[in-house]
Design a protein around this ligand. Sequence first.
Ligand code: GDP
Length: 439
Amino acid sequence: MFDNLSTKLDRAIKTLKGQGSISEINVAATVKEIRRALVDADVNYKVAKEVTDKIKDEAMGREVLTAVSPGQLMVKIVYDELTQLMGGEKQDIVIKGEPAVVLLSGLQGSGKTTFAGKLASFIKKQNRNVLLVACDVYRPAAIDQLKVLGEQIGVEVYSEPENKNPVEISQNAIVYARKNNKKVVIIDTAGRLAVDEQMMREIEQVKRAINPSETLFVVDSMTGQDAVNTAKTFNDRLNFDGVVLTKLDGDSRGGAALSIRAVVEKPIKFISTGEKMEALDLFYPDRMAQRILGMGDVISLVERAQQQFDEDEAKRINAKIRKNQFDFNDFLGQLEQIKKMGNLKDLVGMIPGASKMMKDVEIDDDAFKPVESIIKSMTKQERAQPDIINGSRRRRLAAGSGTDIQQVNALMKQFEDMRKMMRQMNKLSQTKGGMAQMA
Ligand code: GDP
């Protein structure tokens, strides 16, 4: 699911070039690519345009934190907008009443009966006594299908094979539920291959007669834009409370998930991702957006950097690096910042691709400890002028920090290597700058 969209969004965001802030010039191409990716994923054009306009407004002129790249910040902005597009907060199904009644609607083949079973099983697991009602008076096979499911999950199924009146069947089922201590009644109604007037009138009548606390519209996400159109037709007649998207495990391009909420202004409440009874999930807009972007780790990284990273400090350090003045005080400061951002294993896990690679590697949160104690054993002068740290000072540092001379030597070597690299980078950027000026 969403593989194509994810790949295209990833590519679009990678086109975002440049450093510092996101400007009109570098954002325009990216936003255009994002819009194309959404439309290709079957997102309604109007919705795609609205959301990309918002992304553009949001991105324009944003100062990019030193800790993240413009591309990473863009991922976060797109993520926020996709989450909003899909409704923002998770919305729960409302199960209220004695008994509570849930009415299911949708086209034939949408996965309605399968969902009825899944929902019954879901509610049963919360220790509530459930009754499934087969209200499809046109397809006897539908009644049998529900009975098989009911048996499988251990839920009773109410049906009246001879009765052709769905209003009566559902009313009778509710009376039966009251008598038999059933707390929740799930009514599976008839579906058609196409939306037709008789069927709409029928389900309207059922809804009016039984006054459900929740009416759900079940739709096959693989039908793309049609899913949105059908949702609109059903909503106009039924004013349903929520949407169930099915078959998200298939090669759905995901457009329905992204545009239904915006078009019908009703939340998606469940998603169904398979034929098995367990394949039911509550719908979380934020998790879905993460899945679409396939970059959940980058999003958390940007969020944490936004919360924790001290921008002024980063600028000060950069200036010191440029002047070849990076010393042990700065080094210690950097360690503190990294530690503030969370535990090491988590941080490494956030680097895309790294979590898999590092799965079996033990990362010890105390890894910094010896380094910190060595630096803390240094005098002020030693920290500011590491070059004066000679053999006897090193022995003193080892003794003072409870480490040994090899650890001190290793740290000194690493620090010197780091400074060398910084000097080289400075030289390189100066040459580049110089050449650019000459050109
Ligand atoms: P109804 O006509 O709306 O009641 O639809 P059904 O529940 O009979 O489902 C139609 C077909 O879709 C059946 O073959 C189901 O097994 C299948 N189906 C239902 N939900 C899902 C799903 O989430 N994923 C997949 N792959 N198949 C599903």
